[in-house]
Design a protein. Sequence first.
Length: 386
Amino acid sequence: MQSGISFIIITIFKWYNVSSVSIEEHIIIIFIYLGQIREKVKKFLVTGGAGFIGSSLVDALLKKNENVTVFDNLSSSNQYMISNSMKGPNYSLIKADMLDEISLLEAIKECNIVFHLAGNSDISLGTSDTKIDYQQNLLATYNLLEAMRNSTSCKRIIFASTSTVYGEAKKMPTPEDYSPLMPISLYGGCKLASEILISTYCHMFNMSGVAVRLANVVGPNATHGVIYDFIHKLSSDTESLEILGDGTQTKSYLYIDDCINALMLAATQSIGTFQPFNVGSNDTINTIDIANIVINQLELENVKVRLTYGVEGRGWLGDVKQMLLDCSKINELGWRAKRNSREAITFAVHGILSRLQRNTVNTFEIDNNRISIYGSSPVHKSKQQE
């Protein structure tokens, strides 16, 4: 950095006649020049940047030496999500909620691009708490867009949306232009409403945006979802496993690394005012097969699988039973999932078990037909979401 400043100073003095310009005027010119360069440096704001997907994205950005500000209330994060790279000079954390409009305005001031990942990710929670998706997904998005509207520098947003905006699509693989979009969960409805808000703000207020409609994302640091749910159910009973629904729920799964690559690609594309992109693997896997992968990696035998069947075989009200995305649109930009659904699940199970085994605050052992898991990681039990 010092050599860069020296170069600028020397260059400026070459451009101007020293004999006719005072040293004070030269100093002013230097600071103006440095200010113009500083304005061109990209700064990313990552809402929900301490969560599962967000922390992985932040880590990837910092490894590219980008400047990152994380905005997170830390409600669903843990120590495994904070890597060593997040302690450097390019990283800052604002601990605040998306409903805090003043903090959002402050956070947005020096940023150019927003990755908006904050929000409720527990799809089934909407069956018991009907306000949470509205407040944490839709209202949070509105507050962010208002902050961006009042910003002079931050006019681009990458939004982590979801495959659930399609509801029970009649066409699979489902393309981005499929219609009608009819979500069957409050989560999917509020995500779709957020997309519509983003599109409207982009068209009205000189902004640009991308909605990345993600398949079910899995990885070692996940703190909820079908894999985590199965592991914790087996931690209390190694002889039987309850599966929500009829076990035939068949969906696409995306490994965390592939997800991050897609998000970062979306941030670099000049795609007009607003565009949605599907992001997922090109295949599916059902819930019973996922259960078998978990059981096999735990090296358990004779586990009796119990199905709850639920309503029409769903895990819960609002559960989409079949999902496969058509990702040809983002494939044309050069992105493609490196792992299929089965590989994503297998790597994620292995990663979660390895994390639980190697961390000093978490131990994972099988003894007398019981798996013991200890630690401070936030756990959302019995939320077999994906």
